[in-house]
Design a protein around this ligand. Structure first.
Ligand code: FMN
Length: 238
């Protein structure tokens, strides 16, 4: 990380050593904007076309209460595909289910597997090219993740937690500081794909942006400089 990336990332971390002291506006803005007196064109809520996409969009919620039952390895494979599956190879680019600014794909996927059938609990990295899960740390780290995620117990009770990191230079080498914006947009696209796929598989999903950066990075074995965790999502049966 360099320049603004470094300033922004380190200026917005949560850490036990340095409680977040960023500036906040004094008043909460109105949540909706209106142009009173403007000429208005009313649109009715549309009837949804058939198809699972529309149902997933309609029914999607952030779900945080998970059952103890595991999810299957096939379900996990589908979720990995939905979030980062390669769907087309064109002139050196491996295009995916989620868009990425400049097809640079700065986001890496890690998993904290707690209860996935046939998969030992532990921390894994998703090797996209080989389509394999690379074990980084064996054993149950669910409690450590809960503590690192500001005591959010869904990170312990989830069957699996997706953890997305950014390799910042993948974007900033081309777009300079502007690339920083794209990195977080990319992570958002990926997580929404995961939400929608979970909805279709009747699995619960909740995005998690509140975590102690240094603790999650340490759990994933990241240096917090070139690569750092940017977003998590807890997934499980509900
Ligand atoms: C970037 C982002 C970070 C979030 N972080 C958390 C989190 O740390 N903990 C949590 O319980 N929910 C988190 N959420 C879920 C939101 O609270 C949730 O989307 C919101 O309440 C709207 O509810 P819905 O997703 O069910 O429509 C996050 C959502 C987003 C998009």
């Amino acid at each position: 990380m360099a320049g603004l990336s470094e300033q922004f990332h380190s200026g917005t971390i949560y850490s036990r050593k340095k409680p977040f002291a960023g500036s906040k506006p004094k008043d909460r803005p109105e949540p909706f904007k209106e142009y009173p007196g403007s000429k208005k064109v009313k649109l009715e809520t549309p009837a949804l076309p058939p198809g699972s996409l529309w149902l997933s969009l309609k029914n999607r919620r952030s779900r945080r209460d998970f059952k103890k039952e595991p999810i299957s390895k096939d379900q996990l494979a589908l979720l990995l595909w939905a979030s980062q599956g390669v769907t087309e190879k064109i002139s050196g680019f491996q295009l995916r289910t989620a868009p990425s600014a400049g097809a640079l794909y700065p986001i890496e996927t890690y998993l904290v597997s707690n209860r996935v059938e046939g998969l030992e609990p532990g921390v894994y990295h998703w090797n996209l090219i080989e389509q394999s899960l690379e074990m980084i740390k064996p054993g149950d780290v669910s409690l450590e993740l809960e503590l690192a995620a500001l005591n959010q117990d869904m990170c312990r009770t989830a069957a699996v937690v997706f953890a997305w990191s950014a390799i910042f230079a993948r974007s900033t080498f081309k777009y300079s500081d502007r690339g920083l914006r794209y990195i977080y947009m990319d992570a958002g696209h990926i997580c929404e794909n995961l939400y929608l796929a979970c909805e279709d598989l009747k699995l619960g999903c909740c995005g998690v942006g509140a975590f102690f950066d240094d603790e999650v990075d340490a759990l994933l074995g990241l240096d917090s400089k070139e690569e750092a965790a940017v977003y998590l999502a807890a997934v499980g049966k509900y």
